[in-house]
Design a protein around this ligand. Structure first.
Ligand code: FCB
Length: 459
């Protein structure tokens, strides 16, 4: 197998997961409720009525899962910390048992020769904070900084890489505008305030991480390639609005110290009041980062479209006069997402072109595919489509690297099949199959393929 791409010797190969998607044990050892407990237990919101109550039972099986990682040969493992395990009520007393769990996990990883990469917020906000306004209010950003200080104070010496937020676009816009993620709100200004407070929370958390002396601090964004459906002026303008809502709302404050110049044409009067912004916020948000995490799965094709809401007063922050168009001619995964590896190269090159030296080193913190995979008669999972997906995206990443983008690492999503948010357990992203009846883990062919790719780097 000598057709594997060669990456620089220090390139990080990893695998990623997130707390609510794998841990289970939601009522154990003092964990408080999160917005995803509430959301998943609300009838009709998650496919099949699935919840994260048990998930992959990783909370009890983390040793077995670390053994899978060690066997895989990854140099880093990205996981998230459940805020409601650490500060069950969102503010106030710290739960030592929650800290202990992550300390044990970190020690297990280090003993296996794997560098932990911690995400501080992968969407499981303590419900108590949502009850006080959630990300719509600035207080949540301040409590996030307190929680970060506690966790970093405990783990900074053993965890080299820290990610403040995972995909704030999903938290702000799927959570407070589309309503497809917890807390399930459909708002305009509330979602834009949430986006801003997530950024403020990131800035405060970076300060807390620096004070704790961590080696690397960054953030993970799901940046999108937003392609106009046609060359018409209307579709191109729609693509700019999509780009503003998906990308520029994050990258402009984080990397260029300004709010997007296209925000008024995107949000109109929803953004003009801006009373949630304070002087000094841009400096806080735009502090230098050691790396930028990017999650990439697919490009999005957009066309111009009128407002979906007849009543402008009920307009949400994602009703930006565009609609997504299905990309014909590409293979689609079980998520119905088009497979376009070249979109990853284009995304990275466009970022480099826009931000130049202000673009920090990049880690691809998630990439992978959900496929309709089932064990064959031999008990193995022959997930050729996933192997092709990973192979082609790694090749696309290598192309960007060769073209001068400073890419330092790649994390496959995901180590395990897990709770895929509103889709429940029906969508399987793992390179290891999880049988949810028995909790048995079965490495798929893609696991063996990834293992061979990693080991070929050392030859
Ligand atoms: C990303 C999330 C991750 C997972 C993948 C498929 O948006 O960060 O938790 O659900 O998508």
């Amino acid at each position: 197998m000598n057709d594997f791409p060669r990456f620089p010797p220090e390139f990080v190969f990893g695998a990623a997961t997130a707390s609510y998607q794998i841990e289970g044990a939601v009522r154990e050892d003092g964990r408080g409720p999160s917005i995803w407990d509430t959301y998943s237990h609300t009838p009709g919101l998650v496919a099949n009525g699935d919840t994260g109550d048990i998930a992959c039972d990783h909370y009890h099986r983390y040793r077995e899962d670390v053994a899978l990682l060690r066997e895989l040969g990854v140099t880093s493992y990205r996981f998230s910390i459940a805020w409601p395990r650490i500060v069950p009520d969102g503010s106030g007393p710290v739960n030592p048992k929650g800290l202990d769990f992550y300390a044990r996990l970190v020690d297990e990883l280090l003993a296996a020769g794997i560098e932990p990469a911690v995400t501080l917020y992968h969407w499981d906000l303590p419900q108590a904070l949502e009850d006080r306004g959630g990300w719509r209010v600035r207080e949540t950003a301040e409590r996030f900084a307190d929680y970060t200080e506690v966790v970093a104070g405990h783990l900074a010496d053993r965890v080299p890489r820290w990610i403040t937020l995972n995909e704030p676009w999903c938290s702000a816009f799927l959570g407070y505008s589309v309503g497809r993620h917890a807390p399930g709100a459909r708002e305009g200004r509330g979602a834009l305030a949430a986006a801003h407070h997530l950024l403020v929370g990131h800035g405060l958390a970076v300060q807390a991480l620096r004070a704790a002396g961590v080696r690397e601090a960054g953030i993970t964004l799901n940046l999108d390639r937003n392609l106009p459906a046609t060359g018409s002026a209307a579709d191109r303008a729609a693509a700019v609005r999509a780009d503003t809502q998906h990308n520029l709302v994050w990258t402009e404050p984080l990397l260029a110290g300004r709010y997007p110049g296209t925000e008024e044409e995107t949000w109109g009067e929803l953004i003009t009041a801006q009373d949630f912004r304070r002087d000094g916020d841009l400096a806080l948000v735009g502090q230098p980062l050691d790396f930028l995490g990017i999650n990439y799965y697919r490009p999005i094709v957009v066309a111009d479209a009128p407002y979906q809401e007849a009543d402008p007063a009920r307009r949400t922050a994602t009703d930006n006069r565009y609609k997504e168009i299905r990309l014909e001619g590409a293979r689609h995964t079980a998520m119905d997402w088009p497979v376009v590896p070249g979109g990853l190269t284009d995304l990275l090159l466009a970022l480099k072109e826009r931000y130049g030296d202000a673009l920090p080193p990049v880690h691809l913190t998630e990439n992978g595919s959900a496929e309709h995979d089932e064990p064959g008669p031999d008990g193995a999972v022959h997930d050729h489509d996933r192997i092709a997906y990973l192979r082609d995206h790694l090749a696309a990443l290598k192309t960007a690297l060769d073209a001068g983008v400073d890419v330092r690492g790649y994390y496959v999503w995901s180590l395990l099949d897990n709770f895929e948010w509103a889709y429940g357990y029906g969508k399987r992203f793992g390179i290891v199959r999880v049988d949810y009846d028995t909790q048995r883990r079965v490495p798929k062919d893609s696991y063996h393929w990834y293992r061979a790719l990693i080991s070929a780097q050392r030859d």
